[in-house]
Structure formats: C-alpha cells, structure tokens
Design a protein. Sequence first.
Length: 652
Amino acid sequence: MKSRASYSSSASSFIKSSPEEILGSLSKEHKFRVLEQEQINSWRFQIDHLKNVLQEIQSSWIFIEFEIPRIGKRADVVIVHEGNIFVLEYKVGATQYDSLSIEQVYDYALDLKNFHKESHPLTIVPVLIATEAPQVEISIALDYDNVAKPIKCNKDNLAQVFKAARTSLAKHDLDIDKWANSVYMPTPTIIEAAQALYKDHKVEDISRSDAGAINLSRTSSAVSGVIDYAKVNSKKTICLITGVPGAGKTLAGLNIATSRMGNESEHAVFLSGNGPLVTVLREALIQDEMKSNKVLPKEDKIKKSDAERKATAFIQNIHHFRDDNLTTAEPPIEKVVVFDEAQRAWNKEQTSSFMKRKRGQNDFDMSEPNFLLSVMDRHQDWCVVICLIGEGQEINTGEAGIIEWISALRDNFSGWEVFSPHAFPELTHVKINSDLHLSVSLRSFRSENLSKFVGYVIKGDSIKAADLLSVMHDYPILVTRDLSKAKDKVRAMARGSERIGLVASSNAIRLKPDGVFVKNELDPAMWFLKDKTDIRSSFSLEDVATEFDIQGLEIDWACLCWDANFRIEDEEWQTYNFSGTKWQKVRNEDNIRYVANSYRVLMTRARQGLVIYVPPGNQQDETRLPEFYDGIYSFLKACGVVDLDGMELANG
C-alpha cells in the first residue's frame, strides 16, 4: 500500500513480521545519509513495544514514520483503530512529560485534522509515550472538532488508551486504502512556506490543491513561461500578479525566486520594502538551516555566517537594492526580480523627499517604480520584473498603489511588454492572463470568505457582513469590552504550537491606559519566531504588533485592539489621528484610505480566528469617551460578530 509512511501494514501482519524486516523498511526510507544508532535503537524499542500492544487490536492498521509535510517532520506512529486515528510520539527513556513533546504530538494531530482530507471528519487522538515517566490517569477528552487533548502514558499503559477508546469513542467504517492515499491540502504560514521552498520543495507539495482555491502552481507556471519568453526573445517584460489579502502572492513570489535562484543567467532575487517581513523570513531561513546541521555529516554542515550570507542574497530589502544602484549606471546582476507588495512602492513626491533628506540627491524626481524600472532597463538584452500587488493594502504616506507602475510604463518604458490579469487603457502592450490573479484567500484555511467579510466591514455594510459571517462556521470572530477576557479567550482557543498575538493600529494611541503601547519598538523576529517561554514572543500578549509589523505575515489567533482612530459616527466610519493631546479628524482622502486599510490588514492576519477588544471608554477622559467606542462595538455586533460575554452566559 502506498502512503506517506515509511512503513505501513495491518497490525496482524506487523506482529508476524520480524523486527529486522520492519527495521529494514524504515532504514531504506530514511532521508538522511547517516542513520544514527540512537534512531535505530528507538525504532527497535517501538517495534517490540507495539508488537505487544497490538495483540489486542489486530484489526487495526499501523503506519510508522508518517510524513507531516507542512511541519516538515514525521510522526513516529499512526494507528487506525475502529475508524479513529491515534497519533503516537515516542520519547524513549524520558522520565517526564515535557511541554514541548506534548505540543509536538498535538501539532501532528491538528495537522492531520486540518489538512489531511480523509481525516477531516474523523476523531484524532494524540498520545505522548514517555517510556519511563510515572503513570497518569488516562481519559479521552474531545474538543469541538473531535481532536482529543493529548494523552500521556508510559511504556506500561499504552494498551489502556485503546481500551478507553472502545468505551468512549464511536466506531466508524473506514476505507484504509483511501485514507492512506488521501490528498494532503496544507496551508502553510509564509514562514513555513519560505523554509520549505528554500529546501527545494515544490509549491505543489505545500499548497492546497482543492477546487475552492486558485492553484498556485498555475500562477508559477504562467510566470515561468513569461521568463522563458523574455529570455528567448530578448524582451524586457513586467509581470503583474494581483490578489486579495492572503491569496498567496508572496508564496507565489517566493516559489518563483527559489525555483530560479540557482540559474546563473538569471540571478533571481526576492525584494521587499516590508522590513519586518525581510527580517523575519531571513532569520527563519537561517535558524532552519542551522537546525538541519544537527542531522548532517560534519563535512556537509554549514557555518552560520554562510547561512546568513545565503539568506541575505535571496531575500533583500528593496531600499537597499535601490540605494546600491544609485551609485552606478551599470545593470544589476539580477535579471529576474520579484517585488513583493509592489502596491506599497513610493510615489514621486515621497521618493524625492526621501532622497533629498536622507541620500543628498537634490535633483531626484522619480517615483520608486520609475527608478526601479530604469535600473532593470539598463540590461541590453532581457529582464523580467515581477510585481506582487495586494488590493487595498496601501497603509502609509506616499504608497502609490498599482497606478504608479502603470504610469511609469506608459511614460518612460513603452517598449516593455506587460503581462497582467487585467487590461489597462493607458498601456498598449498588455497580454492578459487570468492565472496571474489570485482571488481566493488561502491564509485562513478555515474560511475563504474572510477577506470579503472584512471588506464589507471596512465599507460599513453591516447587512452583507452579517449575511456572510453567518456561513463562516469554522472561523470564530468575537468581540468584548474586557481586554483580559479577550486575551484569555485567545489563549484558550490556541492548541499545540498555534501562534497567538496582540495587534493594533499604529495610531491607536489611546489604548495606552489598557497597557497596549503601539509606540513601543517591536523586534519582529523575536515576536514571530520565539516560543512560549520567551516574553518577547507574540505568545506573551504583551508586545503589540501594528499593521507595519505584521503586514505580509500571519498568526493563528489574533487579539485585535480597536481604538477610536477608526470609529462609527452617524452610521458611517470616520477617521481620526491622535496628535498632541487630542483626536483630530482626518480629511485627506489618501490618509483616510491608509487608516481603513490598516484595519483591513489587521483583521486579515489571523488564520483561524479573531477576538476584537473594543474599550469601554472613560467618561472622565476626553480622549477616551465611551461614545467614541460604543458605535464601533454596536456596528461589529450588527455585522454578526458574537459578543464574548453573551456567549459565555449562554454556555453557562
């Protein structure tokens, strides 16, 4: 039987097979060149142990070293018994049930539930086996989605888990061959995706393939076709990839860059003006590469300085790329450049102002898109510029949107060929390809409708928002006036290593009395990559990330703190800026759009669910009057957002 496991068989066949035969199958499938004795000894123990345990459940099926692709690891053992799935993680010789091991087996179970198609409707029971730990009471407690709380057992009482299952879990008929060969539909975080692609995994291996999502491989294939066309025909081309928030634009860009970066005639590079994204992705790649060192032979190990150099060459800050090319008129080495979040490129006024103030370029009079295209236009033969463009995500002064790229092409680069999912009246050389638009959000695997719902909220359309939210059953959105309850709820909803975090608008100045300091400097690498034991991580719910820190990245569960800079007045959204000691109404249309977009970004950062905190206000503080916040709270409830306090009362 083909499966994701290194070894699979019926329990009865497993019992009859010799340990050497089973061990041989496992060793043959081992992905590393050097198989350590510790791993062999662990397998020997597991084989002997399971031969005894499975005597009583010989109708079961066993899978050893079961691949969990999104996480990039393998579960020690998966046992399918009476239509229920048991995920076993062995810690041979362990004398205690440590939290990291519990989290590990929980993650495996959640991954199967969320991304292994045939496991969606099934009960999944994670089991940690710390062989020398003391016995604890065994009981099976199922959560709302039929994933059990992790069970802790030692080498002597694993059989009790299956006895407990017979009395507490329903039996189901299951086509074991269909389950073993199930489609795996992962939705990795951008950090996980970058790490996987960097290791030469294919985008098809780490992205969903169901009919409800745009197939990212089609987009990547379309862009690869553009690159090959440009090379063969000596054309200078620009390729526009558009999409809704969370649709996979950055994933598509990373896939293009990784697939092409080894080609010396192209020197593909991924460029982003998003400083936190660059910092987090680089550090994640470095940490992952150094972690891989532990299982490599000495001669294959990489130095940290080399890992840093490699990651820095692959993911660059767009502003460094720009500044490097100010000092020379020579064409850059890169022939293929991917510009992430190209809609955030600066207009002429912002770029000129920056160049005069920070770079001493008093006569600089180009927009950022215009200058970047002029740099690539230095190539005599061919080049490809790939722009990843998010819709409605301009969040800062001077961010021009797609129009600045179009204007630059029209006015100065009319000879370039444009590949786009949309037509532009201003341009004559446009080749339309619908595969270059990503219309379905993949960030939230629990609800593809999240970005559309948020769009209705930002527009102030509570009726359409409520209608849509009523069918978003798997994506909870809650509201409360109590910050401590909001934090407690986010902590309670997260399981395993699912990441939680506190987010707020960069101008949410009057959240400070609640202990939410948006002006504190955040270290994004610490916030996104450190674990629960580090107070600098997002898990602590102490440091708050703003739209500038988190755009392009994501967490599993977010606590969004909503301030009075975006409030409801006369049934419409009004925008304010806190300056000095008071709120001032924003009248500039661009600045109004930036604030609205900042909340759009913040509301679409959570993959699995969102808790919104709206302050109660304070009648004695003119900057935090209750009426500033009451309209926000009432509007969100009108959008169908569930009141956390009311939900708790209903649940008793």
